[in-house]
Design a protein around this ligand. Sequence first.
Ligand SMILES: Nc1ncnc2c1ncn2[C@@H]1O[C@H](COP(=O)(O)OP(=O)(O)O)[C@@H](O)[C@H]1O
Ligand SMILES: [Mg+2]
Length: 217
Amino acid sequence: MLRVSNVCKQFNETVVLDNVSFSVEKSDILGLAGPSGGGKSTLLRCMQKLDTSDSGSIECNGRVGFMFQDFQLFPHMTVLENLIYAPTLKNKKLNHQKQARDMLKNLGIASKADTYPRHLSGGQKQRVALARSLMIKPDILLCDEPTSGLDVATTTDVVTLLESVCEMGVTMVIASHDLDFLTKISDRIILLNGGKIVVDIRPQELDDAVDYLKKYY
Ligand SMILES: Nc1ncnc2c1ncn2[C@@H]1O[C@H](COP(=O)(O)OP(=O)(O)O)[C@@H](O)[C@H]1O
Ligand SMILES: [Mg+2]
């Protein structure tokens, strides 16, 4: 589905990604762990072509969606307008309203279609951001820190929510500093430290995956 081969990236003198290679199979949820500054966001940005690597290659079969950290909803647009903005830029003729309303319904926030982001809770903003990133029908969805700023109860909802997205057939790569969350949701976890992959595990196969990963922080 996605193959990252020997990717290197520097910002000035700082090596941020140091010969990173891995691949993601279809319908897998890959967790991207590691301490702050480890290179997680940079790797996701390179995967989405928001940034370019200095060397190496990233090959992907299919459309890539991206869910930003801190949601980045357009504040002056309603929930529905947020969802149809990008698809409408791409194809003006098509009416995207029905797809948007169906998506909101699937994610349990149909009643918020005409609400502005400032009137939503953190968990609701999260759902809107997810709905918006699913509008382009991605084959693979990249999520950067999807639980940051959410309380514990909402984090549990995000696990259920992202699992339901996986069941829609979307492959996912989720970057997070939150190990409890990541071990709950991921089929496989790679840990980036100083731009290198230092761990590659399947958390179900470890009794104490969280403790194991903590050693690298
Ligand atoms: N645009 C940029 N210019 C310079 N340095 C950057 C830039 N973006 C990220 N970095 C640096 O790259 C390193 C990795 O950052 P990042 O990918 O955001 O890590 P993480 O998401 O794991 O916290 C950090 O040292 C950060 O300061
Ligand atoms: Mg980051």
